[in-house]
Design a protein around this ligand. Structure first.
Ligand code: SF4
Ligand code: ZN
Length: 319
């Protein structure tokens, strides 16, 4: 049995960069302290804020929801959960069930926006159209654009001035590598634990798990009983990010700490590049009136491509 370096009880995880095995209590204490420090260090929340936690029902977003609720009284903000039902059969229904039970358990309101009701088609239906047109666009590209669009609209509609997401250190390392591979300089500048600048119609985004490795998030979710089924989205196989994730995990096994070093570089590049890259204020999409980096926003371009009608936001309260 491996013992906790602090108390001698059975260890549940070895925290690589501390080079210490920790028991469930000491690990939870360490994990929560880092989460709280993120809220303070990056000025993520203010008294009176209304925070919408964008939750997929996966472990990272459940952990974010759980801890945002836990610290809400201390910092004086309020919290509710927001979920998107993309309409991915064999996946989304299981994750939503997990989310509903966690939201009920911790007593937060949960609102769901479905692609079908707000956009007129499920992601499964959209993917059939993509296939019939030769898969020029991949499911994740479409899904991500519509999800961000609807979350921003719904958060604003429900009075939130912050959106918290469950992006962890692994996600951020993958995003940086992909941005470098695509020479996505504006995206590299934008990646930060708090979304910077933008437009008054874009709700500020915060990522309290920015420095939290995925493995730790998993262990913490198990300790706190934040159960989620191990089902994976069937469209993940189309995603280039999936391959980057595999490669980074392999590299991390060979050279522990590589993800941290990537994240440290990403923040450095973001800061340095922000001094030389001209800041652009988003314009308003000439079709839907939402902030956009081009004349017509990506969501409207995809709606046109997929033959969808106008967006009609439908928000359902589930718990
Ligand atoms: Fe959407 Fe891709 Fe995530 Fe599936 S894997 S939920 S398609 S972004
Ligand atoms: Zn638009």
């Amino acid at each position: 049995m491996v013992s906790c370096a602090l108390c001698g009880k059975r260890a549940v995880i070895r925290v690589g960069y501390l080079d210490k095995p920790l028991c469930a209590d000491h690990f939870s204490e360490f994990f929560e302290k880092r989460f709280r420090q993120m809220l303070v260090r990056f000025d993520m929340v203010d008294k009176g804020d209304v925070v919408a936690v964008a939750t997929s029902g996966g472990k990272d977003s459940l952990v974010t929801l759980y801890l945002m609720e836990k610290f809400s009284e201390e910092f004086g903000y309020s919290v509710f959960a927001l979920a998107i039902d993309e309409g991915i059969s064999g996946y989304r229904e299981y994750k939503l069930d997990a989310l509903v039970s966690v939201a009920r358990k911790i007593g937060v309101e949960l609102y769901v926006i479905s692609f079908k009701k707000s956009l007129g088609a499920t992601l499964d239906e959209m993917v059939n159209v993509l296939k019939s047109k030769g898969m020029v666009y991949k499911p994740c590209g479409i899904c991500g654009v519509f999800r961000r669009y609807l979350i921003n609209l719904a958060a604003r509609e429900l009075g939130a001035n912050k959106v918290a997401t469950g992006h962890n250190l692994d996600d951020e390392a993958q995003v940086f590598v992909m941005n470098v591979a695509r020479s996505g300089i504006p995206n590299i500048v934008r990646e930060w634990p708090v979304s910077r600048g933008g437009h008054e119609k874009l709700v500020t985004r915060i990522k309290p798990l920015f420095f939290t490795p995925e493995k730790e998030s998993l262990v913490y979710s198990l300790i706190r009983g934040l159960k989620t089924p191990f089902v994976e989205c069937p469209y993940v196989v189309y995603s280039a990010r999936h391959r980057v994730r595999r490669e980074l995990n392999r590299l991390e096994d060979e050279k522990p700490g590589v993800k941290y070093r990537i994240i440290a570089s990403s923040l450095l590049y973001s800061r340095l590049l922000s001094r030389v890259v001209r800041k652009t204020t988003p314009q308003l999409c000439k079709v839907c009136g939402e902030p956009s980096s081009s004349e017509v926003c990506k969501a409207c371009q995809f709606r046109e491509y997929l033959g969808l009608g106008d967006v009609s936001l439908k928000i359902e309260r589930v718990s």
